[in-house]
Design a protein around this ligand. Sequence first.
Ligand code: BES
Ligand code: ZN
Length: 943
Amino acid sequence: MVRFLVLALLSLAGVTQTSASPTQASEPPNPTEEQPPLGTGSLSFPWSHLRLPGYIVPLHYHLLLHPNLTMLSYSGTVRIELQVQNNTNWVVLHSKGLRITTATMLDQNLAHLSDKVLPVLHNPTHEQTAIFSPRVLSGGQKYFLFLEFGAELGEGFYGFYRSTYRTSSGETRNLASTHFEPTSARMAFPCFDEPSFKANYSISIRRSRAHTALSNMPVEQTVVLDDGLMEDRFAVSVRMSSYLVAFIVCDFRSVSATTASGVKVSVYAAPEKWQQTHYALKAAVKLLEFYEKYFNIKYPLPKQDLVAIPDFQAGAMENWGLITFRETSLLFDPATSSGSDRVWVTMVIAHELAHQWFGNLVTMQWWNDIWLNEGFARYMEYISVNATYPKLRVEDYLVDTCFAAIGRDSLNSSRPISSAAESPTQIEEMFDTVSYDKGACVLHMLRHYLTDQVFQSGIVRYLRRYSYSNAHNQDLWDSLANTCSEEEEFSSGEHCYSSRQAAKNAYLYAGEHLDLTSMMNTWTLQTGVPLVTVTRQGSHLLLKQERFLRTAHPSDPTWPSLQQGFLWHIPLTYRTDTSTSIHRHPMTTLTDSVEVGEEVGWVKVNVDMAGYYLVHYDGSGWDDLIQLLKDNHTALTFMDRTHLIHNAFQLTTAGRLSLDKALDLIGYLRSESHTVPLLEGLGYLEAFYRIVERRDIPDVTQNLRKYILWYFRDVIDRQTWSDKGSVSERRLRSELLSLACHLGDLPCLKQAQRSFTHWLDSNSTLNLPADMAETVYSVGAQEDTGWASLLQTYTHSLSETHKRKILSALASSRDTNKLTRLLELGLEGEVIRTQDLDSLIAMVARNPKGHHLAWSYVQKYWSTLVDKFQLGSFSIRNIIIGTTAQFSSTEELTEVRVFFESIHEQASQLRVTEVAMDNIQKNILWLQRNLGTLRSWLDQQID
Ligand code: BES
Ligand code: ZN
């Protein structure tokens, strides 16, 4: 429809639609003084590149929008002030799916350049529009481009789209909201949609009296129009990238508070969810105040809104001054939200607020360096929440972030943190665990290396230098290593360290010339994670580094080529039994050695896992550590114990360490009282259980089940079915009991059954302990009546976190008809919202009874799913990984490959398909390498 209208319009203007391969032009197209013979269709699209030309720069947008929430469409006008750098007849900018009905060009005095409407050409493959000005636009001059446009409100999750919610009286209400990052601002209004085109925005929105309009800035003036409509005119924004623009028209309620520095913070939600906004408000105020202090840069806007959008694909989005969230990421319901829900909400708010500096104030130059936004925001979650909510103990979760990064980075299909990305699909796919988690872990390593203080002052310097502008990796390294000029030092006072001082701190152990760029390039421009193998030789430790790969082995013929050229600058650290201090040794060569002394008993390398590398202990190294954990595990910190467990099992996957060694290593866990190492060890056993259960290997499945329940009996029995205790106690309880019930532990099942019956008897009104609810529901969902009551409650519940727990329980049913029903409901999008479909598919796939069902469903509805979610999106990747990660046979690998071949055109644009196949390969190898050992080890234990 849109396409048809555009075509119709173009033929009116006497211009034909261009082909998919426009003319080649890297320079501004030659200006023509003469008006071309319009009406002959002689104009062709003037620009052939995916990125816009740089010779016209937007300075200021005046944007007026008028959405109609009944017709589900909107109209708008935009007047863009342009700075022209070279003479040209063309303005090329982005637009996607918009009907542009009028285009005119004005000079600086707002006089029209032409009395005719200007020809508008489209190149839909590049999502670009070109406007032809018969009069040359002169270099060095400013102009105004004026466009009128319209479109339907989007049905998906991008651009200016519709969302709905139902009131408790059953009425469905509409709202309109935006999501632009990375490349969807162009779906809402014509714009220069690249992060380096920063401009000011003056936005106005027309709405009915019953609605509220929100945008990045506060309303400056509201005008009543002749037709009774209201027009809200928002204050002019700061200079910012198009992907950060946002506007919402809704009838939500809000709560507000003011920070110490006078920023008004408000949290908005659907009227009946208003009670769930209080926690977020408190957290947002606290965190915003923290960041202003930590960065020593004031938040530049007068207000910050946080809005819970009922239909939202991502977790949250940091639009400047108007952060949007999925309801589960913002709303906290004291009655149904669990301990981990509280951690999640706090972390998401901390993440999006960190972006107000990292991302909004200073933006990466291009999407290849999106980690400068996302890696920092992820790492700042830990720094800020650790400081503001120490009781949440979020540092316990940092290991999971690093382990997730290593999981991806130890497969051949990984990529460098900074990687080329040009098309919207490629750009979308950059928002992955490499940008987020590896980015954060590498920053964590760097902070340890430089010390907290040098790190902090370095990033503050970076933020100051590049405020309202864009940066590359190199700019970060320069700011951190600091080489700041005298006047900067003068102007930014305490926050500019002299190079000598920065160096002095870093030299604490670097001991030689600090070359931060060379060091950090090995972490951000190179794929993969290193493995350091240490061998004791007399008083020395011999060190050797290589790329760690879970799917390759040194005996493979391809090994040398896989290792070719890899070298990291590793800020190595270790601890020994002879002193309490941390020893440091920068390792910049493939092999190296350090003197530790003859008298040393044990050595633990990579202290507290602050470095992004794995460690293998050759010779008797592992045995020494196994013994140490048995005799006196508290000689090591809980982080070190966790790290050892992780490393040992990773090495078994790679075929580098025998599985029984790793299993012996966790033989001390009965005396472990810390949640993090306990869950790390248990997590591996659970993962093995899931593989053998799914592959239907009954003897190993049974024995493993028996072993886990026997070995962890005491700690399971110690758990109470409540929400009491510290955050880590609660986390342990909820994960432990969930596993126990999953393994069919009778006492667990009985207790869950009892609680479920109480819940049913209360007519589903009883609030179960929130930490236990999911487990109780999952047990209850195994019976027909239980399942039906849960679905009923799901349909009417006003708490999204509650609903998420119920959905997970519904998807754990062993009845495939019920699973099929759920997947159908997910496709319909009424009872189960489309935004939850990707997690639903992943939940069904995790269920051994639903695994093949989910995979067939994905194949059958592939194009529908891509239409709903966009290729490259987090949801599509979640669907692919979620449904294939459990496969572990060559037949399954072939089946997946055949499917990817059948969708070649899409699959070839995605990295995630490679990741999925690597994952399956890894599972196949795991079974080949470890199943036999696991079986005999279990036989011995059970005996
Ligand atoms: N900037 C992202 C939102 C985003 C994600 C835009 C993917 C485009 C593609 C936002 O800051 C973010 O990272 N959101 C996370 C949640 C957050 C707590 C990590 C998300 O949506 O998963
Ligand atoms: Zn983010």
